[in-house]
Design a protein around this ligand. Sequence first.
Ligand SMILES: Nc1ncnc2c1ncn2[C@@H]1O[C@H](COP(=O)(O)OP(=O)(O)OP(=O)(O)O)[C@@H](O)[C@H]1O
Ligand SMILES: [Mg+2]
Length: 331
Amino acid sequence: MNKAVEVKNVVKVYGGVVRALNGVDLDVDEGSVYALLGPNGAGKTTLIRVMTTQLRPNEGYVKVFGYDVVNQASKVRELIGYVPQEVSLWSDLTGYENLLIYAKIYGIPKDVRKRVVEEVLDFMGLKEAANRLVRTYSGGMIRRLEIASAVMVKPKLMVLDEPTIGLDPSARKSVWERIISCKKEFGVTVFFATHYMDEADKYADRISLMSSGKIITSGTPEELKALAGGDKVLLKVSNVSETLSTLSKLNYVVVSKVNNGEVEFIVNRSAEALPKVLKELMSNGVEVDEIKIHEASLDEVFIKLTGRSALQEVGRIKEVISARRMIRRGG
Ligand SMILES: Nc1ncnc2c1ncn2[C@@H]1O[C@H](COP(=O)(O)OP(=O)(O)OP(=O)(O)O)[C@@H](O)[C@H]1O
Ligand SMILES: [Mg+2]
């Protein structure tokens, strides 16, 4: 598998004091979707700025498709479509006008510029809204327009910093549908930073958990959730002792609690394991009256490994959310 991004022992210190990145290593496979998950101040944006050639690392290196971000910065910039955490549009221009400016900046030849802009607006589901001022757009439309500006040049790597920050669930979904269609349509590799656990879980092939400038652990969503210790399943059963005897023969199940008529156990990937467990119980004459499942979440893993949640919306994140709200009010 070719590497789209290689990050090796990267250190970034701001102003000689703030160690925002403290020895970061990660590899992104070509064609994959990779999530960088971490709370406020973890260093996600700093890593993205190094990756996109905006900041030089103090130590270590980053390569994008084999090109060094310091020594071959202009080559790296040709390969990347970047959607920053901050608002990157003019609210008093239309969506069409915004993209026309970006098309000029990216050096798209004049004779094809209009066609490229129209195509990308259509692709991002913004055709109808193309001639409206951006300040009348919803948060999801604004984000899709920003993504449109980044995909106009058909990048090999799309880098998105908090792509759905502050959006409601349906807008988040519409943004993700477009990102996924970029991947399907032209095979782009996607690297995104987020503090939304569910998004990393749902859309990423691989996730790195980041805290205080370090990668705590990396893996597939399933591998990481297994670190939480598995899913908890509670069964209300007709016969507790027969249930216990059946479960004791299943090596992938660990009984954690027994109450009056109830048995609680821990199992990895309950969605796959539970049908097998129920079949065993039924064949031993046990009737199951009620099932409660508590699936392990990435947030539990994060809390377990770092002692804190990645979900807080404080500091910078809060500022970005309010800036995004302001643009919609025309402020
Ligand atoms: N220009 C800067 N000068 C000094 N310190 C900075 C600068 N930019 C970021 N920092 C500090 O570096 C650390 C990492 O910040 P960074 O913005 O990379 O985190 P983040 O994970 O993107 O956070 P958020 O979720 O709030 O966007 C924080 O302690 C932050 O205060
Ligand atoms: Mg950030």
